[in-house]
Design a protein around this ligand. Structure first.
Ligand SMILES: [Zn+2]
Length: 211
């Protein structure tokens, strides 16, 4: 059992902004997988689970426990065996949100503050970077964050027959559940890349610069 006292990297994935009635995005939580305790965190768009009890993680209520147990279980649809390194490269660097430099994050915390620079989200580098993963529109930025600290060379990707259901990616000692986007713009990068296409270069780097 991996028990640490340091704040776990999963805590960075949390996003209290989305912590609603059913959302448990304020801190890491626990789930039981095959009789073992795993720690998971979510920003309501990507959920990452790793084995072990990590500092600060709590058991959610029964309803959320059952929901998350279903989300981290293997999918019933087709599964793709894939290499993690090219998927990571396709996602781009795991850019993490920061407070908006224009409003210093105030538009997120205070209703009376509005900000054009960040659309009043209070965040910078938090918008969607779309791509098509085996034909499913996904946010490459959130997948990159999910993949940042997980290891292993290979993973299984479960594609639910219903394209609106989450995608499940299971690697060696980790599970990621990724909400699909409604659609992806024409020309969005495709994975696996078509034969003969150029490798991702600086033009595909989703990192933004402050205005
Ligand atoms: Zn702002």
């Amino acid at each position: 059992m991996n028990t640490t006292t340091e704040p776990h990297w999963l805590a960075r994935l949390c996003d209290p902004k989305h912590a609603g009635k059913r959302g448990r995005t304020d801190r890491p939580y626990l789930v039981e997988i095959d009789g073992a305790s795993w720690t998971w965190a979510s920003d309501a768009r990507v959920l990452v689970a790793v084995p072990g009890l990590h500092a600060g993680a709590m058991w959610p209520d029964k309803e959320v426990s059952a929901l998350v147990a279903r989300m981290v279980a293997p999918g019933t649809g087709d599964a793709q065996f894939l290499d993690v390194a090219p998927l990571r490269a396709w996602c781009g660097p795991p850019v993490w949100r920061t407070d908006c430099p224009a409003c210093l994050g105030q538009s997120r915390r205070r209703d009376e503050v509005s900000c054009e620079a960040c659309d009043s989200t209070g965040y910078f580098n938090d918008d969607v970077i779309p791509g098509l993963l085996y034909g499913r529109p996904v946010d490459r930025r959130r997948l990159a964050r999910g993949l940042e600290h997980v290891g292993g060379a290979c993973a299984l990707l479960y594609l639910d027959p219903d394209p609106e259901k989450p995608l499940r990616l299971h690697g060696d000692g980790w599970r990621i559940c990724l909400m699909p986007l409604l659609d992806a713009p024409e020309g969005a990068p495709v994975f696996p890349p078509p034969a003969g296409s150029p490798a991702p270069g600086p033009l595909n780097d989703p990192t933004e610069q402050p205005p």
